[in-house]
Design a protein around this ligand. Structure first.
Ligand code: ATP
Ligand code: ZN
Length: 225
């Protein structure tokens, strides 16, 4: 548990969500002194500390109460929840808000030269992904008997490298798939960044700070519409 009396928020250190997270905090009025290499940034005007980590670590840090809040893609949240469920670990979080950035979809794709394929084609095939739990749930639901190859990066080169027949990867514009000669199929999950809170947070001063920030967040989101 985070026993500090400062609200601790986990965000991605560097990657597709970091810029948007930093500007969101700024729009919420949280002043930060973000020095490049620091793990923790202290707010200079509110009792808030920002922990900058890999996005994959964010749901777990919030579930375990190491951080009170976190900003993470739903894709990573759903995968971590399923992983922890399987391992019998606590996986509850309170989802406070969906955010207006980090949009992407987790979709199936296969080599273009094979042309359009039905779901049946996947039977007996190997599918490479960074999201094995989400993919396995989809395969069970669709009654597809395929094997899952877990890769933490460069999933889009797996078919060409002979590591898999197809992939299940994050797509936003589709340019990466196209550049790798892949054809996009079914979307398994649509994802946005979201703000999550530890499910057991009961510190009154932290809760009242969160209650002050949430209307501001709503204001920022409405201003964007
Ligand atoms: P880290 O070093 O923090 O583990 P990463 O390489 O896993 O970073 P990024 O590529 O920075 O992660 O993506 C972070 C999140 O951004 C994704 O989990 C997803 O929610 C979102 N995202 C939005 N568009 C895309 C996209 N086209 N490809 C991948 N992720 C995307
Ligand atoms: Zn990651």
């Amino acid at each position: 548990m985070n026993t500090s009396n400062r609200l601790r928020i986990a965000i991605q250190k560097s990657g597709r969500l970091s810029k948007d997270c930093q500007s969101l905090l700024k729009q919420l009025g949280v002043k930060l002194n973000l020095r490049e290499q620091r793990l923790i940034a202290h707010s200079t005007n509110m009792p808030i500390d920002v922990l900058r980590v890999r996005d994959d670590d964010i749901p777990g840090l919030v579930m375990d109460g190491v951080c009170d809040l976190g900003i993470v893609g739903e894709n990573v949240l759903v995968e971590t929840q399923a992983e922890r469920e399987r391992a019998g670990q606590s996986n509850a979080v309170k989802k406070l808000s969906k955010l207006d950035f980090g949009y992407c979809r987790l979709a199936l794709a296969w080599p273009q030269e094979l042309g359009a394929q039905s779901k049946d084609w996947f039977n007996g095939k190997r599918i490479a992904t960074t999201y094995p739990e989400i993919l396995k749930q989809y395969l069970v639901k669709e009654n597809i008997d395929a094997s899952v190859v877990m890769l933490t990066g460069s999933v889009e080169v797996a078919p060409r490298a002979g590591l898999a027949d197809a992939i299940c990867d994050l797509v936003s514009t589709g340019a990466t798939l196209e550049a790798n000669g892949l054809m996009q199929g079914d979307t398994i999950l649509e994802s946005n960044a979201c703000l999550i809170q530890n499910a057991n947070l009961n510190d009154d001063s932290k809760l009242s700070l969160i209650n002050k920030l949430l209307p501001r967040l709503k204001g920022v989101r409405q201003a964007k519409e």
